[in-house]
Every structure is written in C-alpha cells, then in structure tokens.
Design a protein around this ligand. Structure first.
Ligand SMILES: [Zn+2]
Length: 338
C-alpha cells in the first residue's frame, strides 16, 4: 500500500499543496497594476503573471500600504522601489520593508537627510535586501519585466527630477511610471535614454497631474490609452491641474483619479489588452462641491452627458437602483442618451 491510498494522508497532502499554491500567489495569465489610493502620494503594486510582487512607492502614511498589501493577499515582495525620497512616496515603505523583507531594494541613490528616509534605509539594512543601482537595467519577473529608466546625474536638478522611472512590460502590454518627474527630467530622458521610452497603454500621470509634470512632449512620447492620476482629495497643491487634464484629454486617454475612484486596478493581457477596475472613469461631478457625485440621491438621466457615464454611475452605485435610472430593469440605463 502506498501513502496515496491512505485517505487521511492524501487529504493532508492536498491541503498542504493548496496552501503552498495560495501562499505563492499562483500563476495567472495576466499582469496586475494596483494604483493604491494613498491620498496625495504614490503607491503602485505590480503583480506579475508568475506571482511575483513589486511595490513602486508607498504613500505617506506609515502603515496604509502595508494594510492594503495584506488585504489583497500579498505574502512576499521581490522588489521595493522608491522613485525618490519625498515623504508622499516613501512614508509607508519602512513598514512594508520590515514586514516583507524584499529580496531587492532600488532607489535613486541620492543622499537624503530626513527621518523618514533614514528609517527606510535602516529597515532595508535590517531586512538584508540587496541594493540595486538605478541604472538602465532590466529586471525579469517571469514572463513580465521591468525596465528601469535611470534618473539624471545632475545635481542642479530638483528632487522630483531625480525620480526613478519604470516601464512594466508583459507581452505587447506596456505601462510607464514616472514618479514626480517634471519637464527637466523628461528632457534628460529624451536626450539620453530615448530608446527606453515609447508608447504605452497605461500611464501614471507624472507628479500627481502637476502643471510642471507632463507636457505635450511626454504625451506624444508615451501616447497612453489610460492615464491614472494618483492624487488626494482637496490637496493643497491644486493637483491635478487643468493643464494636465487637458493634455490627457487631447491625448485621447481615459482618465482615472484615485481621489474620485479610490484604488484603481489594471488587469493586462500579453496581447496588450487591458481592463480597468475602479468606481468610474471621469465620474460625474456634483456641480456645487466639484466632488464626484457617487452616492448622491436624486440623479436622473439628464445629469449625465452620455449613456456610458450614466452606466458607470449606475454600476458604481452597487446594489439596487435608488435613482431608477434603469426603468425597464434590463441592466442598460439611460438608453435615450448618446
Ligand atoms: Zn509626490
């Protein structure tokens, strides 16, 4: 008799196998990007089809991103990247590094004298993470890969203009993360590493949609289909700026904002196709407050410009149809709209 014929042993082995699969983040056929809602700041979780996890920035709050990673079942981190050392990008990284002890850590390598940065470096040292230089290197993640866009070596440029950029690739799919890069850094990239840049499907708005982040040049370089702006409600900087929003609109991109939609998740296939999971793109706004109108009662079809907008509102509102947008109950709302 072999062990396989003993039902108890067999069920224990199966349970153990399932546990191992679950804790290794079982392979899938899609790449995931989670633009985590951290208020005014950046934090992007990259989950490769082969189950590796990478975190690019960690927001300002000390344990918000850690809580998010745990909530979506992340059990290990291959790599943590700090685009640059501003607190709205690295504030949450120390807790993440202490919890997950990532195998690799990459930042822009510039000295930075803040308590937050010193705490992060202490955590990286304690975790024994291998330090990776921010050169134009490619980091494999199974079938996906990361291309580092190196920061300039120009001490005359600002902290934002030393952001480590990243191109995430999976088959035909590309996404670009450019930290808080502003016009001078884009100029440096175009002059020095143009071969690393090019069209992407998904683009994280530079510097939270600041007026000195993206330009007509960055938009023609990356030519995105989807732009995600990681930005806090009522932030003191006025992000995103009208100029940046006009650039994304002129580029023909669909825009998602974490201040309106919360965390935005992108699911990408090797074909280059991608889906976005969020409350809604370009959500209808309450005219008085300027805030998204989710949750407001008393909306009717005349409050929406298009059927798609009304449909997104209806689906984001969740169960029921308190606004009675779907008169005939077939799931398609405001069919009289264009
Ligand atoms: Zn920032």
């Amino acid at each position: 008799m072999t062990v396989w014929q003993q039902p108890f042993v067999k069920s224990v082995l199966w349970a153990a196998a399932l546990l191992i699969l679950a804790s290794c983040n079982a392979p899938t056929d899609r790449l995931e990007l989670h633009f985590i809602d951290v208020g005014q700041g950046d934090a992007v979780l990259i989950r490769s089809p082969s189950g590796q996890n990478v975190l690019y920035d960690g927001g300002r709050a000390t344990d918000e991103v850690l809580g998010y990673l745990e909530s979506v079942g992340v059990t290990s981190l291959e790599l943590v990247i700090a685009s640059h050392a501003d607190a709205d990008h690295i504030g949450g990284l120390e807790a993440v590094v202490r919890r997950y002890r990532p195998r690799l850590f990459l930042d822009n390598g510039l000295p930075h004298d803040t308590q937050t940065y010193r705490g992060l470096l202490g955590a990286v040292r304690d975790a024994g993470s291998q330090l990776v230089q921010p050169t134009a290197r490619r980091i494999g993640l199974g079938e996906a890969s990361l291309q580092v866009i190196p920061p300039p070596s120009d001490p005359g440029l600002s902290s934002n203009d030393h952001s480590v950029g990243l191109i995430v690739s999976y088959g035909e799919f590309r996404a670009a993360l450019t930290g808080d890069a502003e016009t001078p850094e884009f100029g440096w990239w175009l002059a020095n590493v143009p071969e690393l840049l090019g069209p992407v499907q998904v683009y994280k708005a530079a510097h939270h949609g600041s007026p000195n982040g993206d330009s007509a040049e960055s938009m023609s370089t990356f030519d995105p289909e989807t732009v995600i702006i990681s930005v806090g409600q009522d932030n003191a900087y006025g992000h995103p700026s009208a100029e940046a929003l006009a650039l994304y609109k002129d580029a023909g991109a669909t825009v998602y904002r974490t201040d309106e939609s919360g965390t935005v998740r992108v699911l990408a296939a090797a074909s280059g196709a991608h889906e976005v999971e969020s409350a809604s793109p370009t959500a209808p706004h309450d005219l008085e407050s300027g805030r998204p109108a989710f949750g407001n009662a008393d909306r009717d079809c005349s409050d929406f410009r298009t059927r798609a907008e009304a449909q997104a509102f209806f689906e984001a509102a969740g169960a029921g149809d308190p606004n009675r947008l779907d008169g005939d109950g077939d799931g398609a709302v405001c069919t009289s709209l264009p």
